[in-house]
Design a protein around this ligand. Structure first.
Ligand code: GAL
Length: 793
């Protein structure tokens, strides 16, 4: 097999006329574009979603040789939205309805030796016969040929598909079962199938002389394998070879099963801690190449410390899934749809087609542990969902089915009761009991929580950002506490553009734990602090009394996975917090790393500086901390006796004076807390909070290396405006101008304001190689330049 890359040099026109399909139509006035392509670049927010819903035309010239035409040529589109009609040399070749699954076929009969023209009439309107359309949808489908395109050159006999799953992996006789699908019978020929390990060494091999069947299965006994799991995502490669034709794919040995007691990965009860991911990005919607998909998987696993991502609400790019396989991030994937189930026969047929395409395409990913075969949050439709479940089980008996519901006791035709639970309102309880929600006696997984219940922006005031973080923590804590709940998948990874019926009126749902640019909100810390992979320490407050109603700062928390925190106030050591002890008092104690309160703002200061006895110091500082949190009146109500004793021993003026000097630190030269996080004796993380006296521009590229391979490449550059302590300034809105050397392009606007002190932009390769500079300029904070190295292969 040879793949001809068709991702560069398309001609694009944002409308359609019949004549555009003709081979000799002169398309010189069309725009030159590369794939992935969005049919219209959108603003960040405040736009009409009708703007990208139109019919457009893509044309691509390809040269076909005589030798190529002697082979079997398969044209394949990995994703185009929404209705694609493909013409070759003016003749209709094939069509596809649906934005999220690949499509294509053999096209020899349409091609000729020499120049050929592929033309795609792409309808990006919301056609009612195609899921998810027909009702309202809380996301945008966008338009464009937004995933890759290839022309594959095969021999006359070739391998159309290669599936592999594993069995008995927890016994001493683990097996791999491969199924090879041929394009036609190849009787008498030899088919060899083998498995190699990471080092490329063959661990098993079989040769079969083919008969008339086009589907061939073989079982491998592979005794000494290493399991695939989240910590050690060991991958193997399966290869099938028929004469000169070869097809390979990666897979992993693992057993993933939901039971009544919870989710078991390789026999080990594993709590799922996940987030939902929409695949959209600012400006270009879904049209982002491999590296951006990979970066999202890395964001989930390494920055947010998750063990699962749900590809809400449609199959995601192969690059995202491949990366999940590589890094050990579990995936719950599902068919396209949103709440609405149509009565149109074609729509319903497309649902079944989506089930089939999703499973056939993504079968080998060890990361996928569940097929979602119900339209997200739809009501019951026994007729349709009996079929989707049956089809999924026939196509892949090795995986369970789920189907995300939101109505308690709705019809259960799947293997796992996957349910959204938006009942948490900031107060207890955080999740419905399984019994009340219809999940009793069933494998049970909470697939969404929070989200629209508490939209939060990066520039919301501290209390609100903290509240979002704690709401996620409360639900997660409950999911950890409840035996029989497999885990919880929060809504959602990142903010996203949406339709007018949803979001904050500017076409954005601010439901993410990161914003649309993948920059953190405080809620990201809830997740990041749960992983053991790297030390994490953040404090919820910047201790600005004036940011809080009535000057009451409220509870302050640490998000951390360290063992000890040393506290310094204005650079003087004041206290050491034993995290384990603090965890015992935490309201989130079921989490792997409970979120703990910062109760003692004063530490040893009253003893050291005022000469108070320990008991007097403790009493007074408890009271002072309460005033800091809840105001004087709130403190008195909460602890009237402490208040009375404190007042008697020090007088009101004395307390006010102590409060001023040790808690609010009003009028002092500086007012900051520095926290050092230790594991053993080693400081492994730190953060510092306090008033700003200097703004800093921080430019953080995710990478400085770009590579043009099968498509152009992109890199994300995050820009923060921080305080001198490195904390993003949430109310900062300074403007920036970004520019790039000719070898790179900036995606989206070149002049923009930071949003809540942060933002990111993506640079994109243009076909040139070498070193190229990107400059970020702020009138106020100066200019910074970074240099990217672009290669090509
Ligand atoms: C759910 C839905 C999601 C998203 C979320 C917002 O009902 O499944 O797609 O809209 O609400 O919280």
């Amino acid at each position: 097999m040879r793949a001809h890359n068709l991702n560069f040099d398309w001609q694009y026109q944002p409308d359609f006329k019949e004549e555009y399909l003709l081979k000799d139509f002169d398309d010189k006035d069309f725009a030159k574009v590369n794939i992935p392509h969005t049919n219209l670049e959108l603003p960040y927010n405040n736009f009409a979603e009708s703007s990208y819903q139109f019919v457009s035309t893509y044309r691509k010239n390809i040269t076909v040789t005589k030798e190529m035409l002697e082979k079997r040529l398969v044209l394949e589109f990995e994703g185009a939205a929404v209705f694609s009609e493909v013409f070759i040399n003016g003749k209709f070749a094939f069509s596809h309805k649906g934005a999220y699954t690949k499509f294509g076929q053999e096209v020899n009969e349409f091609l000729e030796v020499g120049e050929n023209v592929i033309a795609v009439k792409l309808d990006s309107t919301e056609r009612e016969e195609i899921p998810p359309f027909g009702g309202v949808v809380d996301y945008l489908v966008y338009g464009g040929i937004y995933r890759e395109v290839y022309l594959y050159e095969y021999e006359q006999n070739y391998i159309k598909m290669l599936h592999v799953h594993t069995e008995d992996v927890l016994t001493r006789k683990p097996k791999a079962i491969a199924t090879v699908y041929l394009n036609q019978p190849a009787a008498g020929k030899d088919l060899t199938v083998w498995i190699t390990d990471k080092a490329g060494a063959a661990i098993a091999s079989q040769t079969i002389t083919l008969g008339e069947d086009t589907t061939v299965s073989c079982k491998f006994d592979t005794p000494d394998i290493k399991l695939w799991d989240c910590e050690n995502p060991n991958l193997y490669t399966i290869t099938a070879k028929l004469e000169n034709e070869k097809r390979s794919d990666r897979f992993g040995y693992r057993e993933a099963v939901f039971k009544r007691k919870g989710f078991y990965l390789n026999g080990k009860l594993t709590k799922i801690r996940g987030l939902n991911r929409h695949q959209s990005f600012p400006y270009v919607g879904n049209a982002m190449p491999a590296s951006a998909q990979i970066a999202d998987a890395d964001l989930c696993k390494f920055k947010l410390g998750l063990n699962l991502a749900r590809t809400s609400h449609y199959p995601n790019s192969k690059h995202f899934l491949n990366r999940c396989d590589e890094i050990g991030l579990l995936v719950f994937t599902e068919i396209p749809g949103w709440q609405f189930v149509s009565k149109l026969p074609e729509w319903r047929q497309l649902v079944l087609q989506d089930v089939e395409d999703m499973i056939q395409t993504d079968y080998n990913h060890p990361s996928i542990i569940l097929w979602g075969v119900r339209i997200n949050e739809s009501g019951d439709d026994g007729e349709l969902y009996t079929k989707t479940n049956k089809l999924a089980r026939e196509l892949d008996p090795s995986r369970q089915t789920g189907g995300v519901r939101v109505i308690p006791f709705s019809q259960f035709l799947e293997d796992v009761y996957t349910t959204n639970d938006f009942t948490h309102s900031g107060k207890k309880p955080a999740l419905l009991p399984k019994t009340i929600n219809g999940g009793i006696g069933k494998p049970y997984l909470v697939t969404e929580h929070n989200g629209h219940m508490f939209p939060t922006k990066t520039y919301d005031y501290e209390g609100k950002r903290q509240s979002q973080a704690l709401r996620h923590a409360r639900v997660l804590d409950t999911a950890y506490r409840k035996n029989g709940t497999s885990g919880a998948i929060g809504w959602c990874m990142s903010d996203y553009n949406t339709h007018k019926d949803f979001g904050s009126g500017d076409k954005i749902c601010y439901h993410g734990v990161t914003d649309m640019f993948r920059c953190n909100k405080m809620a990201a810390w809830t997740y990041a602090s749960q992983s053991n992979d790297k030390p994490f320490l953040e404090c919820s407050s910047n201790f600005e009394i004036g940011d809080h109603a009535g000057g009451k700062v409220g509870d302050v928390y640490f998000f951390t996975n360290v063992e000890t925190i040393k506290v310094y106030k204005n650079d003087e050591y004041i206290n050491t917090i034993d995290v384990k002890k603090a965890c015992k008092k935490s309201k989130y104690k079921h989490l792997p790393h409970p979120i703990i309160s910062f109760d003692d703002l004063i530490g040893n200061q009253l003893e050291v500086k005022e000469g108070f006895s320990k008991s007097k110091a403790n009493r007074i500082k408890k009271f002072i901390s309460l005033i800091f949190k809840h105001g004087t009146f709130g403190a008195i109500i909460r602890k009237p006796i402490t208040a009375a004793i404190s007042a008697m021993s020090m007088g009101i003026t004395g307390i006010t004076d102590i409060f001023g000097r040790y808690a609010s630190t009003w009028g002092s030269e500086q007012n900051n807390y520095r926290f050092e996080g230790l594991i053993g004796d080693e400081v492994v993380a730190s953060c510092q909070k306090g008033s700003i006296n200097k703004k800093v521009l921080v430019v953080k590229p995710d990478t400085l290396k770009l590579n043009e391979g099968n498509t152009y490449d992109v890199a994300r550059v995050e820009v923060n405006i921080t305080s001198q302590y490195g904390n993003v300034l949430p109310y900062e809105s300074g403007t920036l101008t970004v520019s790039a050397d000719s070898g790179l392009e900036i995606i989206g606007p070149k002049n923009f304001a930071v949003i809540g002190g942060q933002r990111a932009f993506w640079v994109k390769t243009t076909g040139q190689t070498g070193n190229f500079k990107v400059t970020v300029e702020s009138e106020e904070l100066g200019t910074q330049t970074i240099t990217f190295n672009v290669t090509k292969n």
